[in-house]
Design a protein around this ligand. Sequence first.
Ligand code: GLU
Length: 477
Amino acid sequence: MVRTRFAPSPTGYLHVGGARTAIFNYLYSRHTGGKFLLRIEDTDRQRFRPEWVDAILNGLRWLGLDWDEDVVFQSRRLERYREVAEELIRRGKAYRCYCTPEELEAEREEARRRGVPYRYSRKCLHLTDEQRRRYEAEGRKPSIRFYVPDDREVVFRDLVHGEITYNTNDLGGDFIIVRSDGFPTYNFAVVVDDHDMGITHVIRGDDHIPNTPKQILIYEAMGWEVPQFAHLPMILGPDRQKLSKRHGSTSLEEFRLQGILPEALFNYLLLLGWSPGDNREIISREEAIRLFDIRDVHKSAAVFDHNKLHWMNSEYIRSLDDEELVRRLKEYNDYLKRKGEGYDVSDEHLRTLVRLFKERAKTLRDFFTYGVFVYREDFPYDPKAVKKRLKDPNIFAYLRELADRFEALDDWREERIEEVLRSYADELGVKHALLIHATRVAVSGMAVGPSLFFMLEVLGKDRVVRRLREVERRATL
Ligand code: GLU
């Protein structure tokens, strides 16, 4: 049975690269009817903070990536790593190294001086028991090094990149697997964990390709079965540099704050390195589970395009039915409130926002920023709009008269509202656009927005009439 895992280091919010890795692991396990596991790589005590663990778990839940079995924490497995390290020593595959940081630095300095790449001298490979006792008596704490055999080929078939070969001479020498403080290094812990968790497919970013031969050597030294590897292409910014803060938001948290729907982000990340084989771009989770195969992942880097994500998000917004969208807006607003932001809106307001902006909103945030005039009577007036659309010397008199005529209209429907406005413009002998633009600014404070007569109908007669009467006082303060 296929068993995949996602193994983030809790040193920050989940970013798009990590989320994409999680999605591919999730999809491959679901596609094959296997299991998707989660492991927290929290042995780097300097960089690790416990709140990041929650941030990662929440991010995964938000994306709908439900994992199987209990979460594995590396920090709770230190005993097990020591046990395997001892076994490697017994098998002659690893040895204790008592060199001090100063001694190692001197070796490095020597390599620099001679202009050759540094590798550990193996000074501690053949220590006698006597020497070892002496070092320990001095209070030296040993690290444990893995013995890397000389001049051997390590070959693996990567499911994305094909066959990859390394010579052991190019791996930088005998590497440390347990540091002198007793903590395992990444390359060692990952092998022990993947073996113990029964991982069959290691799917991760291709920055880990150079680590893979070292890990394979450890599997072989323990006589363990080597899993399959699939290394995912990098994600770049539009300038083809590695995606970073410079290119805008990169963490799930930021996208959530912007009002991106999780299903839209899921769909978007899915296409970074994979496609269903035709030109379709909107692919549901269920379809992705049906179609996804790790062997179809592309080798070349993928480019992250914020505009495309926003386009996709607007497609997903439009595809939700109105009641569901109201529910999502509410949930989003609650989330913003927990973050110390959020808007003061009723369910009625939300329904109005959905009617007015569903067709044009690119994010959930857009509903609230475009629609301030829906949920606040003290909405602001855009000074540019006021200057441009309310400059006719008679405009406020016209709007007052229009308010009276609207008030007298019993049948408050789009078409009837339009008739009243247009016939009044005809009576005045002014362009219809003069009243149309002025009315829009008066009731919404803005120069652009949804179709005017529809908007007036949705806002309701009372509010429209009141705003037409108040605009002179409020907009010219
Ligand atoms: N903690 C590692 C990372 O976040 C995991 C790498 C792996 O999947 O082996 O890059």
